[in-house]
Design a binder for this molecule. Structure first.
Ligand code: NAG
Ligand code: NAG
Ligand code: NAG
Ligand code: NAG
Ligand code: NAG
Ligand code: NAG
Ligand code: NAG
Ligand code: NAG
Ligand code: NAG
Length: 844
């Protein structure tokens, strides 16, 4: 029987004791109670059985078990929309001593047709399976559960690889995040447009799939008295060795399946560098590609891994083992970084001498340094479907000085190796990738949370997390982490500076989030707790990046994501101005009048610097940057509008000039980008544009005939691509979109990325019309003020919905236009003392 109920509870049979169901990995999984897995399951809604993945004519879930046989070995499962969790499946009978079953995952359907699903993700670990396929050797009937989370997928196949029929009952995921149907959320949006309702839901699902509760994503290493049992995954690299070089690193390993893997000379940006796999002479899974991982060999790679994904690695080198490596036996493996190559020995016998020559072209300064061949840290992580114990690590200099020893028998090492369970509730950039805490992405995420789930606690936790990681002294004083890993700890922050701090304007996005959070909540308690940290970050931006000669942001050490890397650019400078304008309001609320006036002056100065140098009057737009006033970009204009740096005529022509950026279905980031079907159109960037159009109309008096054509392109042409293509639909907003309407970047892309979900909060704020505004008192308050002229221009006749309040409860509102008269309702539910200023007219 396949369970077909989203609320069904799945209980593991105790005989399996949380095991993998693998005959050769019998160790029980022992995890702290706090990591106890959720009892909620996500189960498929439709299935098909055949010889290949099937997208059309799937059947609704039946109560019957399915039989996979050599003539019909592939079970396709559709979960309807992205879900996440620990995969499980139940075999009720098997027609032989063992059956090999491969699970495969993908967000978009096409990934099921690829050998590796829509992965692997060999860039960062993200506390999930680095691979999108996993093979199990099933020897008894019962339930098998994966050790690893799969972070986001709508589609799955269960494929029988061996020549033995099996009967499979329930299949699904034990939840690693809580994804509720839209009807269950505190925030709601419904309107006369099904498309807009659908768009609202994309961000609401993306934040649920991408924001994870504290300690909900367990460590991917299992610590025992025999050291760390490490299953195939992206290697975890020690934070303690990035400055060492020319050493010998030794460890003891016992392979329990397939092989063991390790790094030396690995960089601080995700561990880029040398990577080695030692394979055993044990039994092979039928899914093992022996051209990639031959048995009884050393495989030597350089870069992210021994296979390519989105980013390429050096072609691996192969060495046959001089004596067979058995499974379940201990060996001592040593790797010496010599002047010309890595010298690898096992139990004192040389197994491989790996010359640097073919690796040198892959040394990448962007991933952590130019001397990564001989300098950098060590780490551990076998390849796909392998598993091995690792213990007694020792790192010794060539003169015999011992640099590091660790038995790997204590969970204290997990943060050092970037594999600790997440101690904070955080929002990741995407459900399945990168699963890093990119603070720039969070600007949209925070607003979507407030409008949909009402999980303001995630925003608070993210603010606390960022300040915990802030540098308070030294050259980087004030700077906060921009792409932290869940598995790390704040004590190691300096190791990753500067290599994981490369997008300077992400600091500004964090300042904007602080201002946005205050605008949403007026929470002086939290903001005052971190006020000195906030001021420190502002001063870091001013002192290090404000170029005195231009008054714009520029420093050759900075990279500006919002300006394609240009210095003296409009977008980052205006972004800083928006943040300062909001933080001046916070300063006033905290009675810090000196800072309030300082920020106001800074804002004014930045505004003047932009208007006097970057406004191109003949083209009628803000230029991207000083270097070429004929180039423009979405954000140069969107951020100057939101900052209210533009006046009415400037905003009007700037919006008109966007037509030069329109290509097929949406707006390119900048005029410097060429046209091709695979030009990336960013929903992150267009999300900022979307809000700025309403601000231009409401606050800068730009007329509806100017903003409506752009709004229609965004809401009626561009974003619906995420809704109306079944093969790509995940129920979530996407990371990028190609100009032909397919997911941007390719199979690697994230199709559950909150940064692409701005319509969720923009529709709530301006179409439902319930939002927070600065009142005449100088404080923020709620208004009910739908932008009816634009709503009508977009074809809406009614909207209703609810908006979550920070302290619990919600605002319920709705409006309807019939024959020029407006009927409306407005109510505060479950909260006392919340005023909403009703600005809705009775006639239009
Ligand atoms: C699979 O099993 C069937 C029945 O035992 C046998 O006829 C067939 O040759 C086997 N095929 C392979 C590829 O082993
Ligand atoms: C699968 O299990 C069977 C039965 O225990 C065993 O003979 C076989 O070697 C195992 N295969 C792998 C790849 O582990
Ligand atoms: C390899 O060395 C380990 C000790 O590190 C020893 O226990 C094991 O027996 C050795 N194996 C072989 C095949 O020599
Ligand atoms: C590599 O290590 C072996 C011992 O395993 C040693 O005999 C050999 O001299 C080393 N080679 C180099 C180049 O260091
Ligand atoms: C530019 O940034 C570096 C640090 O990244 C800093 O040392 C330097 O002082 C800055 N330059 C100016 C002119 O502020
Ligand atoms: C703002 O600009 C004025 C005039 O250029 C300058 O005197 C002042 O120091 C600037 N203020 C700040 C806070 O940068
Ligand atoms: C808006 O700014 C432009 C460029 O500085 C200026 O020419 C124009 O007069 C301004 N318009 C208004 C209404 O202030
Ligand atoms: C927009 O129009 C309103 C009402 O006429 C006016 O008060 C306001 O100053 C105008 N804003 C701008 C930026 O021109
Ligand atoms: C919203 O309006 C629709 C259509 O009039 C109605 O079915 C629904 O109950 C309303 N929902 C709320 C929360 O008012």
């Amino acid at each position: 029987m396949i369970v077909n109920s989203p609320t069904s509870y799945y209980v593991l049979p105790s005989v399996i004791a949380l095991g993998l169901g693998l005959s050769d990995v019998v160790e029980a999984i022992t995890r702290p109670a706090v990591n106890a897995r959720s009892q909620t399951s996500y189960t498929p809604v439709a299935f098909a059985i055949g010889t290949a993945p099937i997208i059309d004519s799937l059947q609704p879930l039946s109560e019957n078990a399915v039989i996979l046989s050599p003539s019909a070995p592939v079970l396709t499962l559709d979960y309807g929309a992205n879900v996440a969790g620990f995969p499980y499946f139940d075999v009720t009978s098997l027609a032989g001593p063992a059956a090999q079953i491969e699970l495969k995952y993908s967000e978009q359907f096409e990934g099921l047709n690829l050998k590796t699903g829509d992965g692997p993700w060999l860039y960062a670990l993200g506390l999930m399976n680095s691979f999108r396929t996993e093979t199990f050797n099933i020897t008894t009937a019962g339930t098998t559960e994966s050790f690893f989370i799969q972070g986001g997928q709508r589609w799955q196949t269960v494929t029988l690889l061996s020549n033995t029929s099996v009967t499979i009952a329930s299949v699904g995921f034990k939840a690693s995040v809580d994804i509720e149907p839209l009807d269950n959320l505190v925030g709601k949006f419904s309107s006369s447009s099904d498309v807009y309702d659908g768009l609202w839901g994309l961000g609401a699902r993306a934040v649920q799939a991408s924001c994870v509760e504290a300690n909900s994503q367990p460590s991917t290493w299992e610590i025992s008295n025999d050291g760390a049992l490490i299953r195939g995954q992206y290697p975890g690299v020690s934070a303690k060795g990035t400055n060492y070089g020319d050493y010998t690193m030794s460890f003891s390993t016992k392979i329990t399946r397939g092989g063991s893997g390790w790094r030396v000379a690995a960089g601080p940006n995700g561990g880029y560098g040398a990577y080695f796999v030692l394979t055993s002479d044990g039994p092979q899974l039928l899914s093992t590609d022996t051209s990639i991982v031959p048995p009884n060999s050393v495989i030597a790679g350089y870069g992210f891994s021994i296979v390519n994904f989105y980013l390429s690695s050096a072609p691996p080198l192969y060495y046959s083992n001089p004596f067979p490596i058995s499974e379940n036996e201990w060996y001592r493996v040593s790797t010496t970084i010599t002047s010309s190559g890595y010298n690898i020995s096992v139990n004192g016998t040389q197994f491989a001498f790996v010359p640097y020559t073919t690796f040198l072209p892959y040394v990448n300064a962007g991933f952590g340094g130019t001397n990564l061949i001989t300098t950098g840290s060590w780490g551990f992580g076998p390849f796909m479907d392998q598993a091995a114990y690792v213990k007694d690590v020792e790192v010794v200099e060539q003169d015999g000085t011992v640099l590091y020893t660790n038995p790997l028998t204590s969970t204290d090492i997990l943060q050092e190796y970037l594999v600790a369970s997440n101690s904070y509730a955080v929002c990741l950039d995407g459900a399945k990738r990168d699963r890093e805490i990119w603070i720039g992405d969070f600007v949209h995420t925070a607003r979507e949370l407030a409008a949909s789930t009402g999980r303001y606690d995630f925003i608070q936790s993210m603010i606390e997390f960022e300040f915990l990681g802030q540098f308070t002294s030294g050259p980087a004083a004030g700077i906060v982490p921009i792409q932290d890993s869940m598995g790390s700890g704040p004590q190691f922050q300096s190791v990753y500076y500067p290599s994981q701090y490369s997008e300077t304007d992400y600091q500004l996005f964090f300042l904007l989030t602080l201002g946005d959070y205050f605008a949403l909540t007026s929470d002086t308690a939290l903001l005052s707790k971190y006020w000195s940290g906030t001021k420190l970050l502002v001063e870091a931006m001013v002192n290090t990046y404000l170029e005195p000669s231009t008054g714009l942001l520029a420093n050759s050490s900075a990279f500006w994501f919002t300006a394609q890397g240009y210095q003296n650019a409009a977008a980052p400078t205006a972004l800083f101005a928006i943040a300062l304008k909001q933080l001046a309001i916070v300063a006033k609320a905290l009675d810090d009048t000196i800072t309030a006036s300082h920020y106001t002056t800074l804002y004014t100065n930045l505004s003047k610097a932009i208007n006097t140098q970057l406004w191109n009057p003949s083209s009628g737009f803000y230029a991207t940057a000083l270097n070429d006033l004929s180039e423009t970009s979405i954000l140069a204009n969107a951020f100057t509008i939101r900052a209210l740096i533009a006046n009415t005529t400037q905003a009007t022509t700037a919006i008109q000039s966007l037509s030069t950026l329109f290509y097929l279905i949406g707006y390119k980031d900048s005029t410097a980008i060429g046209n091709s079907p695979t030009t990336q159109l960013s929903p992150n960037v267009q999300g900022f544009l979307l809000e700025s159009l309403f601000i231009a109309y409401k606050q800068l008096n730009v007329t509806s005939d100017i903003v409506l054509p752009v709004l229609k392109n965004l809401l009626d042409v561009y974003w619906p691509k995420m809704l109306n293509q079944n093969e790509y639909y995940t129920g979530c907003s996407w990371e990028y979109v190609y100009a032909n309407g397919s997911p941007g970047i390719g199979i690697f892309t994230s199709l559950c990325h909150p940064w692409g979900g701005a319509p969720t909060y923009v529709l709530t704020d301006y179409m439902l019309g319930v939002r927070r505004e600065l009142m005449e008192t100088g404080e923020y308050g709620w208004v009910f003020d739908p932008v009816l002229e634009l709503a009508q221009g977009l074809g809406l006749t009614w909207v209703n919905g609810t908006v979550p309040l920070q302290g619990g409860g919600w605002i319920e509102a709705g409006w309807k236009i019939e024959g020029g008269s407006v009927t409306s309702n407005l109510e505060v539910v479950g909260a006392l003392g919340v005023d909403v200023v009703n600005k809705i007219p009775s006639q239009v």
